[in-house]
Design a binder for this molecule. Structure first.
Ligand SMILES: C[S@@+](CC[C@H](N)C(=O)[O-])C[C@H]1O[C@@H](n2cnc3c(N)ncnc32)[C@H](O)[C@@H]1O
Length: 456
């Protein structure tokens, strides 16, 4: 239950928040209007190119459907980009520095092109790797191993999570049986290891469906959800059958691409040095005041043994592109750091956010100006690293959403284009893919954009 504290004037926090929304000068506003001065300075116009770019249609697509993911690209968006540059790059080498569950990399491999990526979340890196590198697994070997899994061995759920609240007693027991069954497999060959990895992926992919939670897109309890006791066995079996059918398809339709090199490394995109050079970089960074990619996947990360306590979760989170629920200490250290990236737009935005928070007397986080600054510093570091590994004539394509923070508009897409220009890239185009609503002022219209930067 929400704790309501009384402020100096006897108002609850909730009243004060509502009042701020009612009084907001941004009510009914839009990024379209607030972008004008930035666009003029950048010398570009935004083109309308409405299209579905979110992950949801992937649940019906081969390979992509092996693991659910809410923050990913649609495979069809990636295909559109690859098709668009077919004439220009013969066999493009593709990079996704924020690989997530590997949508860009898998779709690239489906086209027979080499693909590389980095991903900091070990669960997502594992999922992407298995989706990319299990194409030669025998469907019968997988099915036989699944059918011979023992049903009388259990392996315990992670103890640092509130597992008893996440699952009903019987569902939990059945999940522990599947986990135990997978753990009895001791692979002696590379082929057996790949089969075990597919079983692990399938298990990770059913956990949220078996729980009392849902992602919409953040992880939270769903009061209306009813899960049958047998759900773990039913869903796990269905997932294995989907993978078996996709392996059959891959081995008939994409046979020639099975050995095409695809690699996703567990690494920080700010630091990882690629040995390849890339024609196309297709990616979607975390959005500034959006998703916590660690907490949202903590259940799967815990069950799969990627983390053993909250400290380990925090460590991964601290290395990621910043989101607005990182520790205050991390932001404090950043605010004292000497060599950080900034520009006049960032400084102006920081100052405006700071004065608006001061005027309001309160805000969710008073260190928000530094969070905003850190976001663009993180993005600068990653983009600098990526630009170094791009071929001359290569393109850097980013999908990103803008933000409204303490009544200050933050044109994330245009700032990313500006950073690209500081790094020697040319802004080729910025397209608006869809309209979004601000989480704080629902009547304020934001956008999701596709930014195309060219290395000349
Ligand atoms: C919007 S998602 C990318 C989704 C991906 N395009 C897909 O379709 O599967 C952003 C990803 O960036 C990852 N990430 C955040 N900071 C990172 C960093 N410094 N290095 C590598 N990956 C990072 C997050 O874990 C998250 O999976």
């Amino acid at each position: 239950m929400q704790q309501l504290s009384l402020n100096d004037f006897g108002k609850t926090e909730l009243d004060a928040r509502k009042e701020n929304i009612m009084r907001s000068p941004k009510k009914g506003g839009s990024s379209e209007v607030d972008s004008i001065p930035y666009l003029q300075e950048l010398g570009v116009e935004i083109q309308e190119k409405s299209q579905p770019i979110q992950f949801s249609p992937n649940i019906n697509e081969h390979i992509h459907r092996w693991a659910p993911y809410v923050q990913g690209f649609s495979a069809s968006f990636v295909q559109t980009v690859l098709d668009q540059y077919k004439g220009e790059y013969k066999r493009p080498v593709v990079l996704d520095p924020f690989a997530g569950c590997g949508t860009v990399l898998v779709q690239t491999k489906i086209n027979g092109y080499k693909s590389f990526g980095t991903e900091l979340n070990p669960l997502l890196q594992f999922i992407a790797d298995v989706k990319l590198n299990s194409w030669d697994v025998s469907p019968n070997h997988l099915l036989k191993t699944y059918n011979s899994m023992p049903k009388d061995v259990t392996s315990p759920a992670p103890t640092f999570l509130k597992t008893e609240s996440h699952f009903s007693k019987n569902v939990l027991h059945n999940l522990e049986i599947i986990k135990g069954g997978i753990e009895t497999i001791t692979p002696k060959t590379e082929k057996q290891r790949k089969v075990k990895d597919l079983l692990k992926l399938a298990f990770s992919a059913i956990l949220i469906d078996c729980s009392k939670l849902k992602r919409s897109p953040c992880l939270g309890y769903d009061k209306n959800k009813r899960v049958d006791d047998a759900a773990p066995f039913v869903l796990f079996g269905q997932k294995i059958r989907d993978i078996v059918s996709d392996l059959k398809l891959i081995q008939s339709q994409y046979k020639g691409f099975i050995k095409t090199k695809s690699k996703v490394v567990l690494a920080n995109a700010m630091e990882y040095q690629h040995t390849e050079k890339f024609d196309l970089v297709i990616t979607s960074p975390p959005y500034m005041n959006g998703m916590d990619y660690v907490i949202n996947y903590k259940i799967e990360m815990g069950w799969m043994g990627f983390v053993e306590d909250h400290k380990a979760l925090k460590k991964i989170k601290n290395d990621m592109v910043v989101c607005d629920n990182v520790s205050k200490g991390l932001i404090k250290d950043f605010s004292h750091a000497k060599s950080t990236y900034s520009n006049d737009w960032i400084e102006r935005i920081k100052a405006d956010i700071e004065s608006n928070i001061e005027r309001r007397g309160r805000y969710r986080r008073t260190d928000m100006p530094h969070i905003v600054h850190k976001y663009f510093d993180d993005m600068f570091r990653i983009m600098r690293n990526v630009v170094r590994s791009m071929k001359k004539g290569g393109r850097f394509i980013l999908v990103v959403g803008d933000s409204l923070i303490a009544d200050v508009y933050v044109p994330t897409d245009l700032l990313i284009a500006k950073i690209g220009e500081d790094l020697g890239l040319r802004t080729e185009k910025i397209e608006k893919a869809r309209e979004r609503r601000s989480g704080q002022i629902r009547s304020y219209r934001l956008r999701e954009s596709i930014i195309t930067l060219l290395k000349g």
